[in-house]
Design a protein around this ligand. Structure first.
Ligand SMILES: Nc1ncnc2c1ncn2[C@@H]1O[C@H](COP(=O)(O)OP(=O)(O)OP(=O)(O)O)[C@@H](O)[C@H]1O
Ligand SMILES: [Mg+2]
Length: 466
């Protein structure tokens, strides 16, 4: 964190300093702000949450012994310099806000949407890194803890702060944007993820649009031109709007999208005022074209030339794991690990990617349960199964009883000649694959988080990558 004295932190969070030693107030915190006591480093600040299982105040003394200058928590701890507040979670946000207020010359880019936040955030960060020091959300730390945590990593030298922002309900994005008011707001799409909390797609649209409502008039909204619910958010901000997509209405646009093989796509990128350039995306999946266009719009706004955008998108590093991770095993089986999470839209994207990667090879889709669909649960799973059948998946493996409606959906497609099977759990899926996989097979592994990660990991471990 940029240097703040303990007294300044106390004031920023509206807390009370409890310290035996009067010199603590003037001590400077310039190390990391951590809420995992194992990560505490000299010069840092430890934030103690009193959780249901663990009360981190128990680690306060150890954090100080490990070098923390002070601890932010909800009650005093004997012998520890404590900044005491009612709600440490809110205090973390207030501190991040105070830090941002001291950093001029920093552009805050916020990314939300139902799917593709992390993918798009990664692409934006990769492109902005080519023009200036960039701090971005790690993996998917997109909530009321992850957002301030990421902000607090910014330093005086940081030019771009790229924040993934998630929302599970109305007001969530407003809260995150109060912590980190965006200069650029990017919305990927509106789909059925977390629909149980939002109630309806209209509810989701309303909530996601808070990201553009938070923009100042001098800001920029980068909206997916190909999703009418997102494009419609243009009316909810006084800021300038750039539409990105494949539709004719888009200012930043792709034409001539073509399959480059192995799930990769290329396209001609059009940016206003510049000659078109050819892009060969270094990530798999047709859906990445839209994500890349959003990233290109942000980068172009930041002054990155189209040629540099094309070069950046064609040579990507440091992407988050378990998203469209395509690898070949020594036994000539290709695996697509897209197991990070799943909802009907991302399942559809991944199934289409399976077709593109396979290019005629045998396709096996190992699909788990999609969480948090609420009343859409049954139809959501059935739709995915139907699409898998329509796309001609050869072997459709549903993992766990809750994923069974995927198979019902597939069975409705009369022309489908594929082979469905329901397995009880991850281990059963791994055993089945061990038996059945043959050279040249292409396997997609996808589901909601931890339920399917194990399958992808087993496939990776069982036949060492080439
Ligand atoms: N534009 C898109 N449209 C549909 N699916 C997408 C899109 N971009 C990525 N996906 C798919 O959605 C899944 C999740 O991608 P990603 O992690 O980028 O999304 P996210 O919005 O960050 O998800 P989470 O809410 O879990 O943080 C991946 O399986 C990915 O293949
Ligand atoms: Mg994410």
């Amino acid at each position: 964190m940029i240097p703040f004295t303990v007294a300044e932190i106390t004031a920023a969070v509206g807390g009370t300093l409890h310290a035996a030693d009067g010199t603590v107030a003037a001590a400077v915190v310039d190390g990391p702000v951590e809420y995992d006591s194992r990560k505490v480093a000299p010069g840092g600040l430890f934030v103690a949450f009193a959780g249901a299982k663990v009360d981190a105040h128990e680690f306060a003394a150890k954090a100080v012994a490990d070098g923390a200058v002070a601890v932010l928590g909800s009650r005093p701890v004997d012998g520890v310099p404590m900044i005491v507040v009612e709600d440490p979670r809110a205090a973390l946000g207030l501190l991040a806000r105070a830090v941002l207020e001291r950093l001029d010359g920093l552009t805050v880019v916020a990314v939300t949407g139902s799917s593709g936040k992390t993918s798009t955030k990664d692409l934006i960060a990769a492109l902005l890194r080519t023009t200036g020091p960039t701090v971005a959300t790690t993996a998917s730390e997109n909530n009321e803890l992850g957002t301030p945590y990421t902000v607090l990593k910014a330093t005086a030298g940081t030019r771009y702060l790229v924040l993934e922002m998630g929302a599970r309900g109305v007001g969530h994005l407003r809260y995150l944007c109060d912590i980190a008011p965006p200069d650029v707001s990017v919305v990927t799409n509106v789909g059925t993820s977390h629909i149980a909390e939002f109630g309806s797609l209209e509810g989701t649209t309303q909530a996601k649009g808070e990201l553009v409502e938070a923009l100042r008039p001098s800001g920029l909204a980068v909206l997916n031109a190909d999703d009418p619910r997102v494009a419609g958010m243009a009316g909810r901000t006084a800021a300038r709007v750039v539409l990105a997509g494949e539709s004719g209405a888009a200012a930043v646009r792709a034409t001539g999208v073509r399959d480059l093989g192995r799930g990769r796509f290329g396209f001609t990128l059009h940016v206003p005022g510049a000659d078109p350039v050819e892009v060969r995306l270094d990530v798999a999946g047709r859906h990445q074209v839209g994500n890349a266009l959003l990233a290109a719009a942000v980068a172009s706004h930041a002054g990155v030339e189209p040629a540099a955008i094309a070069a950046g998108l064609g040579d990507l590093e440091g992407l988050s794991t378990r998203r469209m991770d395509v690898f070949d095993r020594a036994d000539d089986v290709t695996v697509i690990d897209d197991s990070y999470n799943a909802n009907p839209a991302s399942m559809a994207a991944a199934l289409r990617a399976l077709v593109a990667v396979a290019g005629g090879r045998r396709m096996i889709a190992v699909l788990g349960y999609m969480a948090e669909l609420g009343e859409y649960e049954r139809t959501g799973h059935e739709e995915v199964g139907r699409l898998a059948a329509e796309l001609g998946v050869d072997r459709l493996v549903a993992v766990g009883e809750q994923a069974a409606p995927i198979l019902h959906g597939a069975s409705v497609v009369a022309s489908w000649g594929g082979d469905p099977v329901l397995v009880t759990d991850q281990e059963a899926a791994v055993a089945l694959l061990r038996d059945e996989l043959r050279p040249r097979d292409v396997v997609l592994v996808k589901g909601s988080r931890y339920r399917t990660w194990d399958i992808a990991d087993a496939l990776r471990a069982e036949a060492a990558a080439k």
